[in-house]
Design a protein. Structure first.
Length: 527
């Protein structure tokens, strides 16, 4: 339903479904606009005349006209190009009202119809309305039972989670200082929801939406013969939702010094499928992109891994850390972006651990390479080991310090191998004349950021307050952008989307404007 959203097809060549709607007397957007106002103000007759709420109601009615709704939904494409979480089959006229309103908020950021303060007002209104209505939100904040006993309730729940992801992104990357703090404080909610709705694992065999191509193991003939697009895209949507939550977790650690909520090895999911498969608007095109119709039919999937099954994140990380023959063209650009952020989560835990040793007066020396991912940190941020039982405090502290140094060496090696495969795959998957559009396909900046973080063990950085750290990291990125441009040019690679982040983003309150961070990729379709 949202064809033309994606980077490979572009905005100019493919008409949006919005342009094909019948905008006559039975205009579906008019009905939807009325529903959205009612979603925020379910009892307008109870509003006190002249009150702030009454003024807000009138303002929202004036804002959510069919023309404006169409305008904002079209501009949502800019964010979608950076974060491809919505499938082309998504139908705005039947979707959860809270999700559409969050999409409107994002679209409004890219519009000249609303300023930063006006969008922040709309964000507050939409956030309160979604929190009031969402059953998913209530499962973790009010301990309300929510049963996913059919495909309808499952799909509705995923739309509610997508709305909550939008809200978090809006508050952290477009909000005032107070709103950013709210976004940081509510991050636990998304992690709790991910666990509550079992997003850390594929849907089990026997589930109505179980997808064979998202199960572990090599591809079998039976899996190919029984493949269905409906099940595949539902499972792929869940995967992308989960990885969005993981990226949020990583970004809060990187940019705000917020303790990560996940142990990355608890996430037993395949990495996201190739763009060509996710963006396909027909079952047959998706099958071709996955390679289910043979190599010749897969030529349209030039920028992906061309695997019907993707590596799991844990498999890919183990290969990076152990150097065990990481396969050629094993991952697509989005997957590499996720992997570098997973490494950032471990760097955060490692540096906090090293900082605690430094405070205790322990020396920081020695290096080796661990044998498995069990040498990584546990969910609470402490380093685990392969032994069982307890040791004396001195022995345990010394062992943890040694393991921290082992992990430092291992992480450095993993970063080096990640960069090697990034450079090699970018040449194969994109070539000299093509650009991997979108923030989530531009992981190389975060490689250089990871190197900088590994080399920095200063307490004033790793123990800095969130707002201070926010400024520090964007200062890092400003320097890194110039370095990436030079490094990419020397390898004949495109500089990517992160380079287009405005140097003014985050300098002061009103420059925390998300379109300066996730910049417009192309001009939207004409209205």
């Amino acid at each position: 339903m949202l064809s033309g959203l994606y980077s490979d097809t572009g905005f100019a060549d493919t008409p949006s479904v919005v342009d094909n709607w019948n905008l006559g007397p039975t205009d579906p957007l008019q009905s939807k606009a009325t529903e959205l106002v009612a979603f925020c103000y379910p009892k307008p007759s109870m509003l006190t005349p002249g009150s702030n709420a009454a003024h807000g109601y009138e303002a929202l009615k004036g804002l959510l006209t069919p023309e404006n709704l169409k305008h904002f939904l079209q501009l949502y494409k800019h964010w979608q190009n950076h974060w491809p979480m919505m499938h082309p089959s998504f139908n705005p006229t039947t979707a959860y009202d809270g999700l559409i309103l969050t999409m409107v908020c994002i679209g409004a950021i890219y519009s000249d119809k609303m300023g930063v303060r006006q969008v922040r007002w709309l964000m507050e209104l939409v956030r309160a309305s979604v929190f009031r209505s969402s059953q998913v939100y209530k499962t973790v904040t009010q301990k309300v039972q929510h049963h996913l006993d059919d495909s309808v309730s499952l799909s509705a729940s995923m739309e509610e989670i997508q709305a909550l992801i939008h809200i978090h992104s809006l508050f952290v990357w477009h909000g005032s200082m107070k709103q950013r703090q709210q976004g940081q404080e509510e991050a636990w909610m998304l992690a709790s929801i991910a666990r509550k709705f079992e997003l850390l694992h594929p849907l089990p065999v026997g589930h109505i939406h179980c997808s064979a191509l998202h199960q572990p193991g090599p591809v079998s003939g039976e899996e190919v013969n029984t493949w269905t697009w409906d099940s595949w895209r539902e499972q792929e949507r869940r995967i992308r939702i989960m990885y969005m939550v993981l990226l949020i977790d990583a970004s809060l650690a990187m940019f705000f010094n917020i303790q990560p909520q996940f142990d990355i090895y608890d996430i037993q999911l395949p990495l996201p499928a190739d763009d060509a498969a996710w963006e396909a608007t027909t079952e047959e095109d998706c099958a071709k992109a996955l390679g289910l119709r043979g190599r010749d039919a897969q030529e349209m999937n030039h920028a992906g891994s061309r695997r019907p099954k993707q590596l799991t994140m844990t498999e890919a990380l183990a290969l990076l850390h152990q150097g065990n023959n990481f396969p050629h063209r094993a991952t697509n650009a989005f997957s590499k972006f996720i992997l570098i952020h997973a490494i950032h989560i471990q760097i955060y835990k490692l540096q906090r651990q090293l900082l605690s040793f430094s405070i205790s007066g322990l020396a920081s020396s020695g290096s080796s390479t661990p044998q498995s991912h069990n040498d990584w940190t546990s969910p609470d941020g402490t380093l685990s080991n392969n032994s069982s039982g307890y040791v004396t405090p001195t022995e345990g502290f010394s062992a943890q310090h040694s393991q921290a140094q082992l992990m430092l060496r291992s992480t450095t090696f993993a970063l080096m191998l990640w960069k090697k495969h990034w450079d090699a795959d970018m040449h194969v998957q994109y070539g000299a004349n093509q650009r991997p559009l979108g923030f989530c396909r531009d992981g190389v900046h975060f490689y250089f950021l990871a190197k900088a973080f590994l080399q920095s063990s200063r307490r004033d950085e790793w123990a800095a307050q969130p707002e201070t750290r926010f400024q520090q990291v964007f200062t890092f990125l400003k320097h890194i952008k110039a370095h990436v441009a030079s490094d990419s040019a020397s390898k004949n690679l495109d500089i990517g989307s992160v380079t287009s982040v405005s140097d003014q983003y985050g300098v002061e309150d009103l420059t925390v404007d998300m379109k300066l961070l996730f910049t417009p990729i192309s001009d939207p379709l004409p209205l």
